[in-house]
Design a protein around this ligand. Structure first.
Ligand SMILES: Nc1ncnc2c1ncn2[C@@H]1O[C@H](COP(=O)(O)OP(=O)(O)O)[C@@H](O)[C@H]1O
Ligand SMILES: [Mg+2]
Length: 240
């Protein structure tokens, strides 16, 4: 399969008073089209920062300091915010670790999902709603209409993460970055999210980076894995 993403010698960190505090150190890896790669490592080693650096969504004051990120033959580190906006959600989507922060608390869930379709130019409201409801069903919601009309605070953390996943997946991106779809959640939400990733991978060749400290998940879902320690990728391997 052709290469989809290539990260070369990526360094990220914080610059303060002329000093540099490195968070990611010389990180290099790749993901081929249609491949599911796992990223493991202890808490604080830089897994989330690695994923967030790809669509340039690093939290301030963390910045990319060096290296390159090549996605679909485009050098992402040299793109402006406007071009990156065109890639985020459409070609690269993130299922964030911190769900509560990434959903809009003032907007009903359904609107947040259909907004993604409107952004890609689908103006047929009924068709958008139907597609959103189908996505909610495939994430295991038995009463999708209720969820569609709910506000995030009316849902559990696991349900919010499934909604996040619907938002991230509805435009069928080529690459999904799933940051700990397994932590702090009920088993049902975890299984639903990972099954959806597998289904999209089979149907549409969606590639994914699955971040998890749970090695059994990485073994079950990923063809290859990478292990980080203190900001570096220290080892990798393939499953089976
Ligand atoms: N918002 C932030 N601002 C500044 N530094 C941060 C922030 N979030 C994380 N860090 C730093 O980046 C390091 C890596 O964090 P992270 O990628 O979130 O780890 P992981 O996802 O592997 O648990 C942390 O040890 C911390 O020092
Ligand atoms: Mg993390």
């Amino acid at each position: 399969m052709p290469r989809l993403l290539e990260v070369n010698n990526l360094t990220a960190g914080i610059k303060k008073d002329g000093e540099i505090f490195q968070i990611l150190k010389d990180v290099s890896f790749f993901i081929d089209e249609g491949e599911i790669v796992g990223l493991a490592g202890e808490s604080g080693c830089g897994k989330s920062m690695t994923a967030l650096s790809i669509p340039n969504l690093l939290p301030k004051p963390v910045k990319i300091l060096g290296g390159e990120i090549i996605f679909n033959n485009k050098q992402l580190t040299s793109l402006g915010e406007k071009e990156l906006c065109g890639i985020r959600g459409k070609e690269i989507s993130v299922i964030f670790q911190d769900v509560r922060q990434s959903l809009n608390p003032l907007m009903r869930v359904g609107g947040q999902i259909t907004e993604m379709l409107e952004l890609s130019g689908s103006t047929d409201r009924e068709a958008n709603k139907t597609q959103a409801l189908e996505m909610l069903v495939s994430l295991g919601f038995e009463e999708p209409e209720k969820i569609f009309d709910a506000f995030p605070h009316q849902l559990s953390g696991g349900m919010c993460q499934r909604v996040m996943t619907a938002i991230a997946a509805i435009r069928r991106p080529r690459l999904l970055l799933a940051d700990e779809p397994s932590s702090a959640l009920d088993m049902e939400s975890q299984q639903r999210i990972l099954s959806l990733l597998l289904e999209m991978n089979r149907k549409y060749k969606t590639a994914a980076l699955i971040i998890s400290h749970d090695l059994s998940i990485i073994r079950q879902f990923c063809s290859r894995f990478l292990v980080m320690y203190a900001g570096r990728i220290i080892t990798g391997g393939s499953n089976g």
